[in-house]
Design a protein around this ligand. Structure first.
Ligand SMILES: [Zn+2]
Length: 199
């Protein structure tokens, strides 16, 4: 998780805290806006990959024989086996519906049999409404630092870095430990004895 977080931040993880927080804020704004806008373009009530799964299930279930025993209860015969489906309780004797929240190949023919829409039988978390609710909040725009109100308080300085035991493993660690500036674009490695050497 730390690795993916660092990769997401890229070079900005070495930036001062305000620049870093600003970078995170802007990326969050972009991500939230893009996701909300892409969701509004969905042609169905569920994401495309869920719609594809449902269509596959419907295709599988087309040849099954559906026997309604009440408005909600069905017996689905595949030829070799039979399964019990309860549309009201969202359960199927194969167990898949209860586990993943999506109708399986035995429910889909039952739903088709009553000419109902699948939306009622899909777990709420997969629906467009739920997705839009996740991204309904906004991060408010912020003017640049020069427009921020002045606060009377002591200046917060970075902590004093103590040199840890052992040799630095990366050039960046070496720079921090030795408080040295390294020319941009220069090629260095940390030697096994802990000194910086040009490559
Ligand atoms: Zn099932």
């Amino acid at each position: 998780m730390t690795k993916s977080w660092n990769a997401w931040l890229g070079e900005m993880r070495k930036a001062p805290v305000i620049a870093l927080v600003e970078h995170i804020r802007k990326r969050m704004i972009k991500a939230i806006t893009e996701r909300r806008q892409s969701c509004l373009k969905w042609p169905t009530d569920v994401p495309a990959f869920i719609n594809k799964k449902l269509n596959i299930m419907l295709k599988f279930g087309r040849n099954y024989h559906v026997i309604p025993t009440s408005d909600a209860l069905y017996e689905v015969e595949t030829g070799q086996e039979s399964y019990i489906v309860n549309l009201d309780e969202h359960t199927c004797s194969c167990g898949l519906w209860q586990i993943r929240g999506l109708p399986c190949k035995y429910e889909m023919p039952c739903i088709a049999h009553i000419r109902a829409t699948y939306k009622k039988y899909v777990a709420l978390c997969f629906l467009k409404d739920a997705y839009l609710r996740c991204y309904a909040g906004i991060i408010h725009p912020l003017a640049d630092k020069s427009k921020w109100p002045h606060v009377e308080a002591d200046e917060i300085l970075p902590p004093i870095v103590q040199r840890p035991p052992g040799r630095p493993k990366t050039v960046e660690e070496w720079r921090l430990m030795n408080h040295q500036h390294i020319e941009e674009g220069s090629k260095y490695v940390v030697h096994t004895i802990g000194v910086l050497v040009t490559i």
